[in-house]
Ligand binder design. Structure first.
Ligand code: SPV
Ligand code: MG
Length: 433
């Protein structure tokens, strides 16, 4: 009996896969190498069904002898282990993100004279289409809330982008690029106090109250399915924070980050230019632990944000606070810095990695912006937040268009030089026709 290997990089099984397995069965005994949750999460998105659930389905398809995990998009390790006579895959991978994996398979099979067999790809269906259709239906608060913890389990670093209205929510939901065998997209959203306030024409001083923030969150949730981390500012009074936690959790927010400041909060990136007071460790720890007691699910996360570096109190103070906040029940630590050089953040990360009791570490590289995601991940950072980039990029474009109209006494130049075509804006959001 010949050995046949079918790699399945799918998260939703459909008739196209059955066709591939039927073809494979004609050639010999079929082993399916099923991509693990980890592998799928790192090349497209977190799978809708878990590895165990998918394994159960595939094992029960006629003609499948065995299902084994395939840990990476690269078929190499499994092929070398099994030395199959055939690998069977649909023609779809000749183009696009899996092209490199295909070339690798052909090369590896040459080692023992194995062959690649490519049945015609089933055109009317794809797992990505199915996942998009499911996302279009929407999500529930419970499913959305749990997504952040799943991402933290599956990805080396979770990539979060700022949102402040429905449109920016849509951008984070749908922006994708294909690159070196990967489809890259944002994993979730940051509901920033800075960009929410600024887009309302107000300063970032906890002036945009929670009722307003909740309306913005709801507006974003109406048109997205990705998880959200909310910037909770200082969290306010403990007596108020416990309500905030329950409200955010009920809406399906995955995490709130609160910063250890007290009094009139100013934006951290002002640093010591403005008067800002750091909260006493005991008081802030108390706020965290009361918040933890208030939440209903196991999944909601309260992340403690340390402002020691912002206020020039040094890495030692930041580490002391991290220990205390973890002890108080914080589910994550955010370390913030306004330096151009990432050195102090990396110093913190190095010492933090020695902690016995660790929770996921969050970084917001707004000032030290030359650092890459890989470098942050290597330093032990689990969540990177791009905290303000959609608003900061939109504002200059809007100013240019406004000035152009004033200068020219008409809108031709602005339309042609600074605006997207009317047809595109009309069709940007489907369902308008
Ligand atoms: C925000 O985005 O509102 C933040 C991050 O809190 S920062 O602006 O750097 O303080
Ligand atoms: Mg903020």
């Amino acid at each position: 009996m010949k050995k046949v290997y079918v790699g399945m990089s799918t998260d939703v099984v459909h008739h196209g896969h059955i066709k591939i397995i039927e073809e494979a069965r004609k050639l010999g005994e079929v082993t399916v190498g099923l991509l693990t949750d980890n592998a799928i999460a790192n090349y497209k998105r977190i799978p809708l069904l878990s590895y165990e659930q998918r394994k159960k389905i595939i094992e029960n398809i006629k003609g499948v002898k065995e299902v084994i995990p395939q840990e990476t998009l690269d078929y190499g390790p499994n092929l070398i282990m099994l030395k199959p006579d055939y690998v069977v895959h649909g023609t779809d991978w000749r183009e696009g993100v899996q092209k490199k994996a295909r070339e690798g398979v052909i090369e590896t099979l040459k080692g023992w004279g194995g062959l690649l067999v490519e049945p015609e790809y089933t055109k009317d269906i794809s797992a990505t289409q199915l996942a998009n259709a499911i996302n279009k239906i929407g999500t529930t608060p419970e499913i959305r809330l749990k997504k952040l913890r799943r991402l933290l389990e599956l990805k080396p670093i979770v990539r979060i982008m700022e949102v402040h209205n429905g449109l920016t929510g849509r951008i984070v939901e749908t922006t994708r690029i294909a690159e070196e065998g990967n489809v890259k997209e944002f994993d979730g959203m940051w509901e920033s106090s800075l960009t929410d306030s600024t887009s309302k024409g107000k300063p970032d001083i906890e002036l945009v109250d929670f009722t307003s923030r909740l309306q913005t969150i709801d507006q974003i949730f109406e048109v997205t399915t990705k998880p959200m981390i909310v910037d909770g500012d200082t969290g306010g009074l403990v007596e108020h924070f416990v309500y905030t936690v329950k409200t955010l959790e009920r809406l399906g927010v995955s995490a709130v980050i609160i910063e250890d400041k007290t009094g009139l909060k100013k934006n951290s990136l002002f640093g010591t230019e403005v008067k800002q007071e750091q909260e006493a460790i005991e008081n802030f720890s108390h706020k965290i632990s009361e918040g933890k007691k208030a939440q209903v699910t196991e999944d909601f996360m309260i992340i403690a944000r340390i402002e020691s570096l912002i206020l020039n109190k040094g890495v030692e103070d930041a580490l002391k606070r991290a220990r205390a906040y973890i002890e108080a029940g914080a589910d994550g630590i955010m370390i913030h810095s306004k330096e151009k050089d990432p050195k102090e953040v990396l110093d913190f990360c190095r010492e933090y990695s020695k902690f016995e009791d660790k929770v996921p570490l969050v970084a917001v590289p707004s000032s030290y912006n030359s650092i890459t995601e890989d470098e942050l991940a290597n330093a032990g950072v689990k969540i990177v937040i791009y905290a303000n980039h959609l608003l900061r990029s939109a504002y200059p474009a809007m100013i240019k268009a406004a000035e152009s109209i004033l200068r020219n006494g008409r809108c031709k130049e602005a339309s042609e030089e600074h605006c997207m075509p009317i047809n595109e804006i009309l069709n940007l959001i489907p369902g308008g026709k």
